[in-house]
Design a protein around this ligand. Structure first.
Ligand SMILES: O=C1O[C@H](COP(=O)(O)O)[C@@H](O)[C@H](O)[C@H]1O
Length: 260
């Protein structure tokens, strides 16, 4: 079954946030040591709030935002002032609140010129990745230092939904969606191979609403076919889960509780 290599459970959001902070700082420091920059893909949904709690408070280590390059694991095809925009959410929860002394990250949002054509929107975002990570013909997949992912109650992550034919895509780095089962329907998303390839991959899932899907992912064979399950399985020990107690209520796999 899809036993997670690293499953950390916390009784409070403050505890989860402080452990997520240590994990992100560790990823940041080794990335900066390796290539002087930290390339992170972030998600929307419930993640940005937890991430802000982790990164904007805390005295251990230093978040070197000036060395961060932030990309979107998925984005909705809406303007930046629309309430469904993942960039708006990340900006309001985190980016706008970064103290000047921590530096300013380089952020790569979608190009809203292409909102009417999701294929073009995805292609343009892929070009953005190509320009940063290297030409398509020199690397098969972009390698993020860290992917910060959510897990929807149906097992979706990024904008990869259960049963979607997009899960079979092997070549493209960024994919368009016109019929997302969760609104809004038009989106772009990192492809499954890109999401599985991250050097480190963290899922953050909190609240009772996640307990059924986590039980499925960790305790059943079917759960491994869900998008989160597919990343969990392929990623092996590169994957860590940060959850709270309500989210793993009923999961048989023992989580390490309380700390990394
Ligand atoms: O639609 C989306 O949902 C997922 C999961 O969101 P959550 O609120 O259940 O954490 C999110 O990771 C993704 O970025 C977003 O577009």
């Amino acid at each position: 079954m899809g036993k997670p290599a690293n499953l950390y459970a916390f009784k409070s959001s403050a505890e989860l946030a402080s452990n997520l902070r240590s994990y992100v700082l560790d990823a940041q420091n080794s990335a900066i040591d390796r290539h002087q920059t930290f390339r992170v893909a972030v998600s929307g949904g419930s993640l940005p709030k937890v991430l802000a709690q982790a990164l904007l408070k805390g005295s251990d280590g230093k978040v070197q935002f000036g060395k961060w390059e932030i990309f979107y694991a998925d984005e909705r095809a809406v303007p930046f002032d629309h309430e469904d925009s993942n960039h708006k959410l990340v900006k309001e929860e985190l980016l706008d609140k970064i103290p000047a002394e921590l530096g300013t990250p380089k952020v790569y949002p979608i190009d809203t010129k292409y909102l009417d054509d999701v294929q073009e929107l995805a292609d343009q975002y892929e070009q953005t990745l190509v320009s940063v990570f290297a030409a398509r013909d020199s690397v098969r997949l972009p390698l993020f230092d860290l992917l910060l992912l959510g897990c929807g109650p149906d097992g979706h992550t990024c904008s990869l939904f259960p049963g979607s034919e997009l899960l079979r895509e092997a070549e493209a780095w960024v994919l368009p969606i016109s019929d997302s089962p969760k609104p809004p329907p038009k989106r772009i998303t990192l492809s499954l191979p890109v999401a599985q390839h991250g050097l480190k991959i963290a899922f953050v899932a909190t609240g009772e609403g996640k307990k059924d899907v986590l039980r499925q992912i960790f305790d059943t064979d079917e759960g491994q076919q869900l998008p989160c399950g597919l990343i969990n399985l392929k990623g092996g020990d590169r994957v860590s889960w940060f959850v709270d107690y309500p989210a793993i209520d009923g999961v048989s796999f023992p989580a390490r509780r309380g700390s990394l």
